[in-house]
Design a protein around this ligand. Sequence first.
Ligand code: OXD
Ligand code: MN
Length: 590
Amino acid sequence: MATPLERWVDEQARLFKPKKVYWCDGSEKEAHELIEIGIIDEQINGQPVFQALNQHKWPKGFLHRSHPSDVARVEHLTYVCHPDKNVAGANNNWMAPEEAKQLMTKISDGAMKDRTMYVLPYTMGHPDSPYAKACVQLTDVSYVAVSMRIMTRMSKSVIDKIGSKDDFVKGIHSVGDFSQERRFIMHFPDERLVWSIGSGYGGNALLGKKCFSLRIASWVGKQEGWLAEHMVILGIEDPKGNVTYVTAALPSACGKTNLAMMESALPGYKIWTIGDDIAWLNIGPDGRLWAINPETGFFGVAPGTSMQTNPNMMRALKKGSFYPTLFTNTGLDLDTNEPWWEGIGTPPPRSALDWQGEHWEPSYNTKAAHPNSRFTVSIYNAPALSKEFDNPKGVPISAMIFGGKRTQLIPLVFESSNWQNGVFSAARMGSETTAAAAHQEGVLRRDPMAMLPFCGYNMGDYFGHWLDIGSKLKNPPKIFSVNWFRTDEEGKFVWPGFGENIRVLKWIIDRVNNRVDARQTPVGLVPHIKDLDLSGLKIEKEKLEKIFEVDIKDWDKEIKDVRQFLEKFGDRMPKAMWQEYETLAKEIQR
Ligand code: OXD
Ligand code: MN
């Protein structure tokens, strides 16, 4: 008798009408075959799905060019379909589940004609982890199948694990005809189902990532008592060999990946990577918060990645131990057949193709790589992968860091006085927008916990859930906020960032271990400058002091903006958050 999984795949095949259905096993041999298919048989916009790069310099590296209209997440076409609109909240687009299904059925009918339907069985999280979830995604493009093999634990053993159960996470994906009129990313949280048509871009198409591990998982976590967060996880080793585990939430394209893989500028300190995008946080039997990274790869922004900004990532991209590594929408050096992007740290190629495959020269007034061009690489290629990465229990978290891109106002680092106050600091986070989503760049938007595009339910309820988790923790992590992006009068960044950020992390772990005290300001506790290790760093004292200044006049405007944002969640905003608001408002006015 057919299993629920087999019946579901059959049903989708009847709707999408592919020429064949192919069940993936996640093996390396299969990845080779899929790359071949992408080179020879499948095309996007008249170009092969994959093209081999210089295998000597970029072993196992392949280039992919997307459809030109399909280069980022599309928040305006992303919906959560709860039966009750209020559950979705002002932070989500909403459609009634029945209406959404009708619409998606219509545009899915025959969408895979002449294509292969790949069935991808995978888990998010280590299969032995009590926190892992079994999932199956369907897709009609080899690029997505191969990317999912990098980003998740894909294996045919997942099919046995699912067996005759119907509670697996379902993902339906087709690139359709790439038309933006027929592009939708629909989430059905109660059914643990994502249905995405019309885009092959990572955040819209690798359904285990943003769609399941954040939007749907945040909702599952609310019901099951855990948190799914847009956070990196890393271990900070001090000169004595003690490792402190922390998470950090920063909005898309604000340097999370660089932080997760940082090479410390301070001798004796070392960063161990566990994850660069998503953390699932559970209350452990010891009453502490434990984190796992449900993913197994990096889907990172290429421009700006170099031996200076992220040497460990450059090494991972060139390591070639896991098959394959993908480059999406970068430029291509025609002399050497190497990928190239702005900020890679080598001079522009004399002759190149840009991200759309058009001839490009340095004199052109355009970018060779799309600003949101990406790489997809296995985390097992990371040179400083933590030995705890595959630990099914995860790692215990001592500090949580929140940050945004704020050229003004927000200090380099501050600590919140307690969990509730920290949740409020994270809730009022703002950031200047980047190219990771299709919207205007450089505009300030509120992005609580860096989850605005990813929280699958009402943000008011989400803050309530955070408070609830805090009340259940015997030993909650300390909460910090960081901002690497303050600029001076000339618009130059004051703080050098990248590997130098270890100096801020050192202060954070010193606070966690009660080694230093701190100075109270209206927004939180900031370091005494003497407690920051600035050895070997050239930075003017006045400039440094300036990035810790809390200018009351500017803060007045800021908190008005915060109020306006939080009011959107109406009576679902927890009272405790408004109390925190009032306290801050009073402090500012004092
Ligand atoms: C990402 C994003 O791709 O946040 O990680 O957009
Ligand atoms: Mn992200």
